[in-house]
Design a binder for this molecule. Structure first.
Ligand SMILES: Nc1ncnc2c1ncn2[C@@H]1O[C@H](COP(=O)(O)OP(=O)(O)O)[C@@H](O)[C@H]1O
Ligand SMILES: [Mg+2]
Length: 385
């Protein structure tokens, strides 16, 4: 068994893999990483999105998934992750480099963080053994469990990477990732001052509304076009913002358990069938933007005045959502991470490449004040090549 990678002191080439709560597909990033901790040097070489077929997405989104189906999907997903890695290995070859190892977040099928869940747990699938078998590479996976075992919520884990990617001695910035769930990291010069938490729903609510209202014919509000045409239904917006998650104070993390379409939207939309598709989507989009702005004003502004907000995740493509965010945050410049050299769709895959590298170095990479863990821990599990 070749574990020489653990001792490799030169730059390592890593493929980071992410399948987010939107269940839209796999984001893969080929990253060159040298060193560990605050001395790390990170360079993105290439990235790619591997979309899931619509019927596969429906299986991942099934809110009544059985243990048997999760068991089968664990292996099926492992195959898809492996295919993505093999494609990235080809890209690496074109660049004249060889992939050293893989860092795979997997796909979350259940996330029940403490203290709001009496019986906590989290489960990411996409079998690492399958990825290792197909690619012949070491795989780091299962990043969330160790933080949870240490009393944390296992999320958000992106803050450590955000800090390495965006920190500067003379500024504070707020990194906003709008995936299925939206989260903020306030990147401060000092690691100990980082604030990070999930604000609540991101694309999950918008996708969910579109899917329910079109009976699955459409999967997203492309570019926020429908929302741009609609008018906000104030009473519905108020209802959406009355979810008890928004009142909780950080550390806090959210998932499909709170904001999946079935639980958050199905009945609420059914009761408002007299309204147009555009008005309903406009209202959900406005509620998402407002929840992010409210979280910024309530939990970030009192302590920090970030110079700007850097947006990543698929939500950066929703022009209406971005317009509402800019309007809700007057005086603060809102950029996409692309403007800082980090493609919005690759940000999380890059982050897990960084976390996987830290696993191999034995460097703790949770941010205890963000997850609520009792101490710093080395994240991830290692599957040999
Ligand atoms: N052109 C677009 N217009 C509007 N929304 C988009 C666009 N492209 C992607 N998205 C949204 O981004 C989501 C995927 O974002 P992503 O960051 O991958 O989330 P996750 O990490 O939860 O998978 C899609 O489901 C969709 O809602
Ligand atoms: Mg995604």
């Amino acid at each position: 068994m070749d574990l020489s990678i653990l001792k490799k002191q030169q730059a390592r080439f890593v493929v980071g893999l992410m399948s987010g709560t939107s269940s839209d597909g796999i984001d893969a990033a080929l990253v060159r990483i040298k060193g560990t901790g605050s001395k790390i040097v990170i360079k993105l070489i290439s990235h790619r999105h591997f979309p899931y077929a619509p019927n596969f997405r429906i299986r991942l989104l099934n809110e009544h998934m059985t243990a048997r189906e999760a068991c089968i999907l664990n292996f099926e997903l492992g195959e898809r992750f492996a295919e993505a890695v093999l494609a990235m290995m080809e890209e690496a070859q074109k660049e004249g480099v060889s992939v050293d190892f893989i860092a795979s977040h997997g796909h979350t099928v259940a996330h029940l963080p403490p203290p709001h869940n009496e019986k906590p747990g989290t489960m990411q699938i996409g079998e690492a053994a399958v990825i290792a078998e197909r690619t012949g590479r070491l795989v780091v996976s299962d990043f969330r469990t160790r933080d949870m075992a240490a009393g944390g919520q296992g999320a958000p884990l992106i803050p450590y990477a955000d800090w390495l990617l965006f920190r500067k001695l003379d500024r504070k910035v707020a990194c906003l990732n709008i995936g299925g769930i939206a989260n903020f990291t306030v990147v401060t010069p000092n690691f100990e001052d980082i604030i990070a938490f999930d604000t609540g729903p991101g694309n999950m609510a918008i996708d969910g509304a579109v899917r329910l209202l079109t009976r699955g014919m459409k999967e997203m509000d492309k570019d926020g076009a429908a929302a741009a045409k609609g008018k906000v239904i104030e009473e519905f917006k108020e209802f959406l913002l009355s979810h008890r998650y928004f009142a909780k104070v950080p550390p806090k993390s959210a998932g499909r358990e709170e904001f999946g379409a079935e639980v958050y939207l199905r009945d609420a939309l059914a009761a408002r069938r007299n309204h147009s598709f555009e008005d309903l989507v406009a209202t959900v989009t406005d509620a998402v933007a407002t929840s992010i702005v409210n979280a910024f004003n309530r939990f970030i502004r009192p302590e920090h005045e970030p110079q700007y907000v850097i947006v990543g995740g698929g939500g950066a493509m929703n022009l209406t959502l971005m317009r509402l965010l800019r309007r809700g945050l007057p005086g603060i410049q809102v950029f996409t991470s692309d403007q800082f050299g980090i493609p919005h769709s690759a940000r999380e895959a890059i982050a897990f490449a960084i976390l996987g590298n830290e696993t191999l170095f034995g460097t703790p990479a949770n941010v205890p004040q963000a997850t609520g863990a009792s101490h710093s821990v080395v994240l991830g599990k290692i599957t040999p090549p």
